[in-house]
Every structure is written in structure tokens, then in C-alpha cells.
Design a binder for this molecule. Structure first.
Ligand SMILES: [Zn+2]
Length: 115
């Protein structure tokens, strides 16, 4: 996973702090100060939003991770193919060997089996 795909992680932590940790601290303080009833509804509402947002970003993170995996799989598959070059030879995309013949099943240099 590269950096550009996890840009939202610090934001998630920030939002999480704002909507989950902060209300909990508030509630503890409210209990200590005996003003619980006035702000309890507000706190639960905020916490609920926080939990929803946390779930939303968790799903987003999972989707990003899965997309990375799919891309890597595709890339690895692509690397195990050969492309036609001049003079009827093929190039192994895995190691760059340009002396692959059409009937070759594996690359004579790196030994990768072509798909
Ligand atoms: Zn090769």
C-alpha cells in the first residue's frame, strides 16, 4: 500500500478523536461535575456519528487494500507473459531476456513459466 492511498488515515484518527474520544472524555467530566442529564443525548448522538464514520473509513480502507491486491495480482500476471519483438523473437517481461522463441514454455534466463 503506498502513501497516496492512505491519505485519509490521519483524517480518520482526527475524526475518531473528535467524535469518539472527545465525547467520552466529556461524559466522564460531566459525570464528575454532575451535569450528566443535560448533555447525555448530545454525547450519544455524537458518539453514534463517530462510530458510523469509523465504520465508513474502515470499509474505505478495506476497499483500497483489496484494490491494491487486485492490481498487484494483475501486474504479476502481466509480468509472466512475453511480447513479440523484431526478428520473430519474444521478450520475457519478467527479466527482459529478448531471445525467447515462440515455442518456449519457460524463459531460458530466469526460468519463469509463461502463461
Ligand atoms: Zn525471463
Amino acid at each position: 500500500m503506498n502513501k497516496s492511498n492512505i491519505w485519509f488515515v490521519p483524517k480518520v484518527i482526527g475524526i475518531w478523536l473528535l467524535f469518539v474520544v472527545f465525547p467520552v472524555i466529556n461524559q466522564v467530566l460531566a459525570k464528575l461535575m454532575d451535569k450528566e442529564e443535560q448533555i447525555t443525548h448530545f454525547i450519544y448522538g455524537t458518539m453514534f456519528c463517530g462510530v458510523l464514520l469509523t465504520l465508513f473509513f474502515a470499509v474505505l480502507l478495506m476497499l483500497t487494500y483489496n484494490r491494491e491486491k487486485t492490481l498487484r495480482k494483475y501486474f504479476m500476471r502481466r509480468r509472466r507473459t512475453r511480447i513479440e519483438t523484431r526478428d520473430g523473437y519474444y521478450q520475457c517481461l519478467y527479466c527482459g531476456n529478448e531471445m525467447v522463441k515462440q515455442e518456449d514454455i519457460i524463459c531460458s534466463v530466469c526460468g519463469v513459466r509463461f502463461l
